[in-house]
Ligand binder design. Structure first.
Ligand code: GAL
Length: 333
C-alpha cells in the first residue's frame, strides 16, 4: 500500500513539475467522481472562471473515499495552497479536515455538505452549495400549477395526484431534501397526493430509465407525474416513456428534474422534459475559487467578495425555476 502511495505522489509531483505553476497559487480540487454531469459542469465553470490565474489540479475520487483521501495526501505533500473538496462520503470529512489542519491548508467544500460538527471543527473551512429544500419546493410548485391548470392531468379523475419519485444517492442532502420538499409543496398547494413508487437512481440516467420502464409495466397509465431529484434521472425516465409512446398526440407525462444541465434544456426545448431547476454550477464553481484565492492574501477579507456568508462559512447559491417560459435564458452561449 505504502509503495503505491509513494508512486502516486511521485507521478503527481512529475505532472505538477511539468505544468506551469510558477508564481501561481496551487489549488487541489477533488471531485467525488469525474463521471457526473453536474459535477463536470462545476469543474468547467471553475476552469472558465480561473482563466489560468491559479494552477488547478483536479483529482477523481472515483466514488471511493480512500482514493479521495490519497489525493488529499498528495496535494498536502506537494505543498498546495488550498483545497476544494467535493466529498465522496460527506460524513467522512473529519479525516480530511485533520490532515489539512495539521498542514494549515484551508478547505472549501462544495456540493456534498459535511456535518455541522465537522464544519465547526476548524476556522479555515468553508462550504459552497445550494439549499436543496428550495429546489424541491420549486419542483413541487411547478407541478402543482400544472396539475391545477390541466384537469386532464388527473388521468383517472380521482382528485389525487399519483406520482413516482426517482431519488438521488441515499444520504445525500440534495436527495433527502428535494424528495421531502417537492411533496410538501404539492400538499401546501392543496393537492392530495399518492406516491405509487420510489427508488434511488443514484443520480444516473440509465437507472432512471430502468426504474421508469419497470414502473410503467407495473402501474401504466396510473402514473400521472414523475419527480426526479436530478435531470439525468429525469432524462432516463423520458427515454422509458418515449418507448411507451408518450409525448405523442395527447399522451403526456410531466417529468421534472433539477440541475438545468445542457441535455435537460435541449429536452425542454424539444417538449419532453416539463421543467427543471437551475443548480447554478457557474455560481458555485466561481465561489469556491474566489474563496480559495482570497484566503491566499496576507489579510484575507471575505466580505470583499461578491458572495454572502452565512454563519461566517456557508455560501448559498440560489436555485432558479426553468420552464418553457424561460429556458432560452439558460442555453449555453
Ligand atoms: C447534486 C446534483 C446531482 C449530482 C449530485 C452529486 O446537486 O443535482 O445531479 O451531481 O449533486 O453530488
Amino acid at each position: 500500500m505504502k509503495r503505491i502511495g509513494s508512486l502516486l505522489i511521485f507521478v503527481a509531483a512529475l505532472s505538477a513539475c511539468g505544468a506551469d505553476t510558477e508564481g501561481k497559487d496551487k489549488f487541489g480540487i477533488t471531485l467525488y467522481k469525474f463521471d457526473d454531469t453536474f459535477i463536470s459542469s462545476v469543474r468547467s465553470a471553475m476552469e472558465d472562471h480561473n482563466k489560468d490565474k491559479a494552477f488547478l489540479n483536479f483529482a477523481d475520487g472515483q466514488s471511493q473515499q480512500p482514493t479521495q483521501n490519497d489525493s488529499i495526501d498528495t496535494f498536502i505533500v506537494e505543498g498546495y495552497d488550498g483545497l476544494g473538496v467535493n466529498m465522496v462520503d460527506r460524513t467522512a470529512a473529519s479525516v480530511i479536515i485533520g490532515k489539512a489542519k495539521e498542514a494549515d491548508i484551508p478547505i472549501v467544500f462544495f456540493n456534498r455538505e459535511p456535518t455541522a460538527k465537522d464544519m465547526n471543527s476548524w476556522d479555515k473551512l468553508y462550504y459552497v452549495g445550494a439549499k436543496a429544500e428550495e429546489s424541491g419546493r420549486i419542483q413541487g410548485e411547478i407541478l402543482a400549477k400544472y396539475f391545477k391548470e390541466n384537469p386532464k392531468a388527473d388521468k383517472n379523475g380521482d382528485g389525487i395526484l399519483q406520482y413516482v419519485m426517482l431519488t438521488g444517492e441515499p444520504g445525500h442532502q440534495d436527495a433527502i431534501l428535494r424528495t421531502e420538499h417537492s411533496v410538501k409543496a404539492l400538499k401546501n398547494a392543496g393537492l392530495s397526493v399518492q406516491q405509487l413508487a420510489t427508488d434511488t437512481g443514484m443520480w444516473q440516467r440509465v437507472n432512471g430509465q430502468e426504474k421508469m420502464a419497470a414502473w410503467l409495466s407495473a402501474y401504466g397509465d396510473d402514473i400521472e407525474a414523475v419527480l426526479a431529484n436530478n435531470d439525468d434521472m429525469a432524462l432516463g425516465a423520458i427515454e422509458a416513456l418515449k418507448a411507451q409512446n408518450y409525448f405523442q398526440g395527447d399522451k403526456m407525462m410531466p417529468v421534472l428534474g433539477v440541475d438545468a444541465s445542457a441535455p435537460a434544456i435541449d429536452s425542454l426545448k424539444e417538449g419532453f422534459l416539463y421543467a427543471t431547476v437551475l443548480n447554478d454550477s457557474v455560481g458555485q464553481g466561481s465561489a469556491v475559487l474566489d474563496i480559495l484565492t482570497e484566503l491566499q492574501k496576507e489579510t484575507p477579507d471575505l466580505s470583499s467578495l461578491p458572495h454572502t456568508f452565512t454563519d461566517t462559512k456557508y455560501v448559498w447559491i440560489p436555485y432558479v425555476p426553468v420552464t418553457q417560459d424561460n429556458y432560452k435564458d439558460f442555453m449555453k452561449k
